[in-house]
Design a binder for this molecule. Structure first.
Ligand SMILES: C[S@@+](CC[C@H](N)C(=O)[O-])C[C@H]1O[C@@H](n2cnc3c(N)ncnc32)[C@H](O)[C@@H]1O
Length: 406
């Protein structure tokens, strides 16, 4: 087919030409050619490369589907992620000055989910190939922490033990202060022989904990993560910020937003990523739907020194948001909802007297929708910090300060 010019990068990282025609691996401004297959261009050849094109830093990048943007320079990705936030806000008529994102370094992801399949010789662990269920081995992965790539032989041993003949195991590894926390799903049913084999494997590789199909099969040491002054032992598979550097950037922005709070409310609190550091200077009430995470937060607070009081409740904030009278007991709120955003809770916040809201989000479009609600209710959007802890992916995270009154 004739040459086409890429106009923009889509939200999944594909180049998009007029049509729209989706061109995997292409960057804005590039002239490309290939075979049209519906609205996708296949067998893509780059005729005129963009100045932003770089040699992917990872030797697995050509085949591995784990990263989407390794062929683009860091500067291009940073500008693009900032623009994703700008456009999401712009769709609601909101504009704000935006600095470039704070990006986590290579090999900093402390959690990753690997796929494993049995093979004739044993098992193969890695990430899926782009757009395929074939697994690519990734011993030189530039994304995850080296402790996770070093554990790939252990992940393959798990596959040889517990994957069914044709099925695929998913093995979630989390690097904690006390060793690896492992959560396996999609495997054979647990029985005495498998349990014994897992115990032997955990000893051989010095694992902290193994969960099998969401049940803890054995715990040699409690997995521990340091959060502020506290030590948290999260439930298996619980939400966790992806990198330590990203978590630190988010906490710093939240602290900056809530200058000298008197009473803090942490909504969608998880295991206390924000509640525990903030409790150094102010009492915090943490609300989260997952009772096990709330229990982990409570345990961490009770065992920490020098923190103000942290109270908590397990509550579904979609169905049962805190109402205005409950919100008015606090001057500062952190809200960090899942990707769906927090429409019901934000509607109540709009009627409240809360003076500062630190809004943390992993989805610029629901963030922009919820921010529009708050602005309509009289809040000012003071600033937004973009945080990129999912390097080389199309994910974007951010913290914003919404403020009312003096
Ligand atoms: C993006 S995570 C943030 C967690 C925490 N702030 C952190 O940074 O570690 C969103 C949290 O919302 C919780 N959640 C999801 N749906 C919820 C709901 N309907 N009500 C309350 N919490 C919910 C999840 O369990 C998860 O812990």
């Amino acid at each position: 087919m004739t040459d086409v010019t890429i106009q923009r990068l889509g939200h999944l990282g594909d180049g998009i030409a007029h049509g729209p025609l989706y061109v995997p691996g292409a960057l804005p401004g590039e002239v490309v050619t290939g075979q049209r297959d519906g609205d996708v261009l296949k067998d893509v050849k780059i005729v005129t490369p963009s100045d932003a094109r770089v040699k992917p830093p990872c030797s697995h990048a050509r085949s591995c589907g784990g990263c989407q943007l390794q062929h683009a320079s860091d500067a291009f990705v940073a500008e693009w992620k900032r623009d994703v936030v700008r456009q999401a806000l712009g769709a609601h008529g909101i504009s704000v000055d935006l600095e470039l994102p704070i990006t986590s370094p290579p090999q900093s992801r402390r959690r990753a989910s690997f796929s494993v399949r049995r093979t004739k010789k044993g098992a193969l662990a890695g990430f899926h190939m782009k757009g395929s269920d074939t697994i690519v081995s990734v011993p030189h992965c530039q994304l995850v922490h080296p402790d996770l790539t070093a554990a790939l032989p252990m992940v393959e041993a798990l596959g040889a033990l517990g994957a069914s003949r044709k099925g695929e195991l998913s093995v979630l590894l989390t690097r904690t202060d006390t060793g690896l926390d492992v959560s396996v799903t999609g495997g054979k049913e647990m029985d005495v022989a498998l349990h014994q084999a897992l115990a032997d494997l955990a000893r051989e590789y010095d694992l902290a904990r193994i969960a099998w199909d969401r049940e803890v099969a054995l715990q040699r040491r409690a997995p521990v993560l340091t959060v502020g002054e506290a030590e948290v032992s999260p439930p298996s598979g619980a939400f966790l910020q992806a990198t330590q550097e990203g978590e630190a950037a988010l906490i710093a922005a939240v602290k900056e937003a809530l200058i000298k709070p008197k009473a803090v409310l942490d909504l969608f609190a998880g295991c206390g990523t924000f509640a525990l550091p903030l409790a150094k200077t102010a009492p915090v009430h943490a609300v989260e739907s997952d009772r096990d995470m709330i229990n982990a937060l409570d345990h961490a607070w009770r065992n920490a020194q020098g923190l103000k009081r942290v109270t908590h409740e397990a509550r579904d904030l979609f169905r049962n948001p805190l109402i205005t009278e409950e919100l008015n007991r606090f001057d500062a709120v952190v809200i960090d909802p899942p990707r769906a955003g927090a429409m019901a809770q934000v509607a109540e916040l709009g009627n409240s007297t809360v003076s500062r809201i630190a809004h943390v989000s992993c989805n610029p479009s629901t963030f922009a929708r919820d921010t529009a609600t708050l602005i309509h209710a009289g809040y000012d959007l003071e600033w937004v910090r973009v945080v990129d802890q999912f390097r080389w992916s199309t994910h974007v995270e951010l913290v914003a300060l919404l403020r009312r009154g003096t």
